[in-house]
Design a protein around this ligand. Structure first.
Ligand SMILES: [Zn+2]
Length: 81
């Protein structure tokens, strides 16, 4: 997986921040956004990921997985940095 680039405004570290935990029973889901840990700049979009603990104990993506899209959005915004 690609890495998030630094914030275009302050050069700070960008991280995923969980906005909502939509887990229930064995399905786990999160809504997250990308936020700069220094200045708090937040990309104006929210993303989702859905996971499940399988019977063989592996963890797999069962629904949407917007991590890549979130990284691309953030990095494209700051491509000049
Ligand atoms: Zn920043």
């Amino acid at each position: 997986m690609k890495e998030l680039r630094k914030c275009p405004f302050c050069g700070g570290e960008a991280k995923a921040k969980t906005v909502l935990n939509k887990s229930k029973h064995c399905n786990v889901g999160f809504i997250f956004e990308i936020v700069c840990t220094e200045c708090g700049t937040t990309y104006p979009k929210q993303y989702g990921i859905d996971l499940k603990l399988q019977e063989d104990l592996s963890i797999t993506i069962v629904g949407e997985d917007k991590r890549e899209e979130a990284i691309n959005d953030w990095n494209n915004r700051v491509s000049s940095y």
